[in-house]
Design a protein around this ligand. Structure first.
Ligand SMILES: C[S@@+](CC[C@H](N)C(=O)[O-])C[C@H]1O[C@@H](n2cnc3c(N)ncnc32)[C@H](O)[C@@H]1O
Length: 268
């Protein structure tokens, strides 16, 4: 990024400028069932056949298919009868609904929900009130899967837990409910801790405490278990290394970190 080539021709800036087009082409082909149809058909199909089977316009479909070819999500074979399209291997594995490794459902969530929310990013940045909605949003997922995440490993031997960047505290609440002998300290930025206290964690919940701090610039106190849930994806590799090194230093031998990113759960 910022290379001398970029100064002559801003390749990076142009890629960022149109990045959303790439996502939307992939989402649309998934949503319309292009990859599923090509998997089921077992043979390459023309754009007319695909359009007819999926009930779309022929020109629109042809353009979408060609865009997918450009993105290497589809391959095209030029025959005397016209162009025939088929899935690439990667599309068969990740973009079809029936594949065990299918990413279809998360993509539909991104396309129909996350994509729309990001339209209002500038408003969200302008307005501090959005923080409350963001925290509630972050919390809501834990009412569905918090217990499963926390039960994936037996954490009952840990009584003193720090949830770094613990936000609104929904995971902390699940944790003390599942492991009644534990206490969880939500470590987060002062303004977030204030909102968590006022809005999300009932004062009678004495097993949850708070620590106002910046995990990059302030000390991280000693604890038996550190939870970093949906934290690392926010930072570049250097920042993640910095944070993990700090947690590692605070962690005494035999103590642990539970890392939950969007896709993975790690216990070490
Ligand atoms: C994506 S949210 C995840 C919230 C929660 N862990 C969860 O799983 O729902 C990231 C959290 O990290 C907190 N955070 C960001 N930078 C931080 C910092 N430097 N020190 C402490 N917390 C921070 C944010 O305030 C926010 O609550």
């Amino acid at each position: 990024m910022g290379s001398t080539e970029d100064l002559d021709h801003p390749q990076t800036i142009l890629q960022y400028n149109s990045g959303f087009l790439v996502s939307k082409v992939m989402f649309t082909a998934c949503e319309l069932g292009v990859f599923d149809l090509l998997l089921e058909s077992g043979e390459p199909l023309s754009s007319d056949a695909i359009a007819a089977r999926l009930g779309t316009s022929t020109t629109g479909m042809e353009r979408l298919l060609d865009a997918c070819v450009g993105l290497k999500l589809l391959a095209v074979e030029l025959t005397q009868g016209g162009a025939l399209y088929r899935n690439t291997e990667v599309s068969n594995i990740y973009l079809t609904k029936s594949s065990p490794k299918s990413q279809y459902h998360i993509m539909m969530y991104y396309s129909n929900t996350v994509y729309l929310c990001w339209h209002y990013l500038a408003d969200a940045v302008r307005s501090g009130e959005e923080m409350l909605k963001f925290m509630a949003g972050q919390n809501s997922v834990w009412s569905i899967c918090g217990r499963d995440v926390l039960a994936a490993f037996d954490l009952s031997s840990f009584t003193q837990i720090y949830d770094l960047g613990g936000g609104g505290g929904a995971l902390a609440r699940e944790c003390v409910s599942l492991y009644p002998n534990s206490t969880v300290t939500i470590y987060d930025l002062p303004k977030v801790v204030q909102v968590a206290k006022e809005q999300f964690v009932p004062p009678e919940e004495h097993r949850i405490t708070f620590h106002e701090g910046d995990f990059f610039n302030d000390p991280i106190p000693e604890a038996e278990l550190y939870i970093l849930s949906k934290i690392l994806h926010d930072w570049d590799d250097e920042k993640c290394r910095q944070l993990l090194a700090k947690v590692h230093k605070a962690c005494k031998p035999g103590r642990c970190e539970l890392l939950k990113s969007r896709e993975t759960l790690t216990y070490r």
